[in-house]
Design a protein around this ligand. Structure first.
Ligand code: PMV
Length: 364
């Protein structure tokens, strides 16, 4: 058996404004998706026959990493609620990429990769299947798995499953963990890790080290309402078309995000919280909050450093930054929300079991 897992994410700053080039900040959360692979007589997912159209992410990864490979039984588990803006599909894609790479091994030439994707060599990963060349040695198991490769693959298959549109925010946060900043320019003072381009759009991806921050938690409150991201993005686009002055809100979100990032880097959590609450007021003024989110946000505010909706809005989830996770969580639950508690920036993808790797040697 080969098993890998990856965290979900939530957006601390900059949702919606990122569509117009402003920076967005996402952090990995403690909740994870896990993918377990074992050899099987036929393709199965959670014991049922595998239907590519029902699992487009897995199908796209299968084409890229397991083309012609033997049938697998895939078990998916996890505690990230689906379709709630917490990155469940990106976490699944990252975990599945890691598990498939671990199960297949990697051909090497002169101690360098003979196959695979890195930010330095993007190749045609976004366009479709790929075949590798034969190397002079093979690395198997956890040692051949690479965060950057999982992030690229997850971005490619998210784009495939969403008709060509996906920013790398989720895939990068779920692969690397910690705190990820996306922007349309390379941000001074941040650690730029790579630039991704898809369909003529480029995003510069940075990481922020939050490993020194403790004694503060995120409480995520779900409204239980599903509002598709595409509809919320369109709502903002229409608002800006009708009222061009609303572009000021977008620009101000960018300023608030940058202030929030600086506060994060200084470990000044009171300022981080204030920036989050300010970000929320601007999102509200863009029309993407809703009464159910406002109820949860008001309930969480008294025990929190900052509160805001997270992700596309219109439903979905809110987040509270708090030193009292129990009290904040209870307040949100009393107001009718379901809660999850997480550290501020959790670990990235992991191989949890590689005892049986490799499950296939494509060059035998
Ligand atoms: O709800 P999520 O996690 O899909 O976040 C959407 C973030 C937006 O800025 C609203 C859209 C986007 O593509 O960045």
């Amino acid at each position: 058996m080969v098993q890998a897992s990856a965290p979900g994410k939530c957006i601390l700053f900059g949702e919606h404004a990122v569509v117009y080039g402003q920076p967005a900040v996402a952090v990995a959360i403690d909740q994870r998706m896990s993918v377990e692979l074992s050899l099987s007589n036929d393709w199965r997912i959670d014991g049922m026959s595998f239907h590519p159209d029902r699992h487009p992410h897995v199908e796209a990864l299968k084409q890229r990493l397991w083309d012609l490979g033997p049938a697998l039984s895939i078990k998916i588990s996890g505690n990230i609620p689906p379709a709630s803006g917490l990155g469940s599909s990106a976490a699944l894609s990252v975990a599945a990429s890691a598990a498939l790479r671990c199960a297949r091994g990697r051909q090497m030439v002169d101690d360098d990769w003979a196959e695979g994707w890195t930010a330095a060599r993007p190749g045609s990963i976004y366009d479709g299947p790929w075949t590798s060349s034969k190397g002079d040695s093979v690395v198997n198991g956890a040692d051949c798995v690479d965060e950057d490769e999982c992030a690229i693959l997850a971005h490619a298959v998210e784009a495939y499953a969403q008709g060509g549109r996906a920013s790398p925010l989720d895939s990068s946060a779920c692969a690397h963990g910690g705190c990820i900043v996306l922007s349309d320019k390379i941000e001074d003072n941040l650690n730029w890790i790579y630039t991704r381009s898809l369909n003529g759009v480029s995003w510069h991806v940075h990481s922020v080290d939050l490993s020194n921050i403790d004694d503060v938690w995120l409480v995520i409150g779900s409204t239980g309402i599903h509002a598709p991201t595409s509809e919320q993005v369109e709502k903002v686009a229409n608002l800006i078309k009708e009222q061009p002055g609303k572009m000021r809100e977008i620009e101000t979100i960018g300023i608030v995000s940058r202030r929030g990032i600086a506060a994060l880097m200084n470990g000044d959590m009171e300022s981080v919280g204030r920036a989050m609450s300010e970000n929320h007021l601007l999102l509200r003024s863009l029309g993407v909050s809703c009464p159910e989110l406002e109820v949860l946000i008001s309930a969480a505010a008294p025990s929190s450093l900052g509160v805001k909706l997270t992700g596309a809005g219109g439903g979905g989830c809110m987040i509270a930054l708090t030193r009292n996770p129990k009290m904040t969580s209870e307040a949100i639950e009393l107001a009718g929300g379901r809660t999850l508690i997480s550290k501020l920036a959790s670990d990235g993808m992991k191989i949890d079991n590689d005892d049986k790797a490799p499950l296939w040697n494509p060059h035998e």
